[in-house]
Design a protein around this ligand. Structure first.
Ligand code: AMP
Ligand code: MG
Length: 490
């Protein structure tokens, strides 16, 4: 096991997860690596976590980020969970991630600090417990971009290389990502507890979750029904934000769906350029289960699995429990639609509600799909009245729609300037486009040049700033017949 490290870096760790029934985790130390090297560190995030950058980017600090040393107060664990992967139920657990503990920040917030790629754990099955540099940098870029977009997400604190190669299809440089999250509780954690624990174990997990994530609520008569409804609400809000930004998670298995309502586990995810409901990037998603347009439906499906795992807590009578669960779950599509429409109205500069708004939005999306319009840039064109580089703008049906939209805007009290401001604040100048992410990754991984990635991170950090520099990153890729493909678990 690694050496214990002093507390210079500002660690203030607790291990509340270990109060849970012990079949929910296993004490697991990171496996030390040969020669750790820091390649990127998120100073701003470090400060907000109460960590001192200067003590983490020096030699001792980097050993910590590589798992060669354990910070004071840490009791490293791997968490148990199950999950429906592409619809099939499986036993999983952290196979290559180790939770160092929960950092209590100066603002008294609690964040899981996890090392991803830290070596084998009791849940590794056939895997090596390691991660490759490219995918860890990719998670760093996309998760930080999501944060910039205002979408709840796990954050990335650092990536270190291990000095060791890992074997995939080729030999690749190994790396470890340090990530921070509200928690790593998943729908799959509840599925695991429901399958292998007693009702009391499940209750302990649910009570822990309520205290950790929903402590400010008035639980009402049935606190576990409250938990179900709150998780549904957070997921409805989250997936609505994904849809509005054109984000495709790619692997919405129940083990990758959080209870906190944050996006986690960036594997084959990517942002859509050309708008199409059926867009899929993941190489293994042959049937398009996790296609862009299917994400809200899958969220509902996953939440139904969550509800099933809560049944013994919802009511002691099985039938009544099922009734409560079904009634709650049946509200999800409406919940989603509410959050989605709220965001889509904002993207169109609309403040108040009219019944016909949904038709206005859907007509626009249908035209975008038909004319193969770029999703992000269509909204920018509307926001800034672009005449150039806006192909959709010249179609007669668009002109008709535009007229209806203008009439709609005129039917609200707010001045045009307020509408424009709302649109600026709701339509990002940039998203992490696949060709730019790939350029940043290839410079970093192949040439050891991190400037491209740092510039991209800077551009993506405040996508609603609408600077000149950002406009250079707004161009969609040149259209080709070869679809962009992403890969899982690499
Ligand atoms: P993911 O698709 O990244 O959500 O991973 C699914 C499951 O596979 C999780 O339980 C991971 O911990 C596990 N896993 C992924 N890659 C590895 C690896 N290289 N070694 C061991 N377990 C892994
Ligand atoms: Mg996962």
């Amino acid at each position: 096991m690694g050496k214990k490290s002093g507390n210079d870096a500002g660690w203030n760790l607790e291990n509340s997860y270990m109060r849970l029934p012990d079949f929910l985790y296993k004490k697991t130390n990171p496996t030390p690596v040969q020669s750790p090297g820091l390649v990127i560190f998120n100073k701003k995030l470090g400060v907000s976590l109460g960590l001192h950058a200067e003590d983490l980017i020096n030699e001792t600090g980097v050993e910590l980020l590589a798992g060669n040393r354990i910070p004071e107060g840490s009791i490293p664990i791997a968490q148990s969970y199950a999950g429906h992967q592409f619809g099939h139920f499986t036993m999983l657990g952290d196979g290559r991630a180790v939770l160092l503990g929960e950092q209590i920040t100066p603002e008294n917030e609690r964040f899981d600090i996890q090392l991803k790629g830290a070596g084998r754990t009791p849940y590794s099955r056939g895997g090596d417990g390691r991660a490759a540099l490219g995918p860890m940098l990719r998670e760093y870029i996309i998760s930080e971009a999501m944060h910039g977009l205002g979408i709840p997400t796990s954050r990335s604190l650092a990536v270190v290389t291990t000095g060791e190669s890992i074997i995939r299809e080729n030999e690749l440089p190994g790396a470890i990502l340090t990530r921070a999250a509200d928690s790593h509780l998943r729908v799959g954690t509840f599925q695991y507890a429901a399958n292998w624990g007693s009702t009391e174990d499940l209750r302990a997990l649910a009570d822990y979750t309520l205290e950790r994530h929903f402590s400010d609520g008035d639980y009402g008569e049935n606190r576990y029904l409250y938990l179900l409804q709150k998780v549904m609400e957070r997921q409805a809000a989250l997936v609505a934000k994904w849809q509005q930004a054109g984000f495709i998670h790619g692997v919405m298995n129940t083990d990758n769906m959080t209870i906190s309502g944050e996006t986690i586990d960036y594997g084959p995810c990517a942002f859509m350029d050309t708008y199409h409901q059926n867009t899929v990037f993941s190489s293994i998603d042959i049937d398009g289960r996790y296609a862009y347009g299917n994400q809200p439906h899958i969220a509902g499906w996953n939440l139904a699995r969550f509800a099933e795992s809560l049944l013994p807590l919802l009511h002691e009578n099985e039938e009544q429990a099922l009734e409560l669960a079904q009634e709650a779950i049946s509200a999800f599509s409406e919940m989603f639609r509410f959050h989605w429409m709220k965001g889509m109205r904002a993207k169109l500069g609309i403040f108040n509600e009219e019944k016909k708004d949904i038709a206005l939005v859907e007509t626009l999306l249908r035209m975008m799909q038909k004319h193969q319009a770029d999703y992000t840039n269509t909204f920018l064109a509307l926001t800034f009245n672009w005449q150039e580089n806006f192909e959709l703008g010249s179609s007669p049906e668009f002109k008709e729609w535009y007229q209806l939209w203008q009439e709609r805007l005129a039917r609200q009290e707010e001045a045009e300037a307020s509408s424009r401001q709302l649109m600026r604040d709701s339509n990002p100048a940039v998203i992490p486009r696949n060709h730019q992410v790939e350029a940043a990754l290839s410079a970093a991984v192949e040439d050891g040049d991190y400037h491209v990635m740092e510039r991209l991170l800077h551009i993506l950090s405040d996508p609603y700033a609408h600077t000149d520099e950002q406009s250079k990153f707004a161009a969609p890729p040149v259209k080709t017949s070869i679809p962009y493909r992403t890969y899982c678990g690499t």
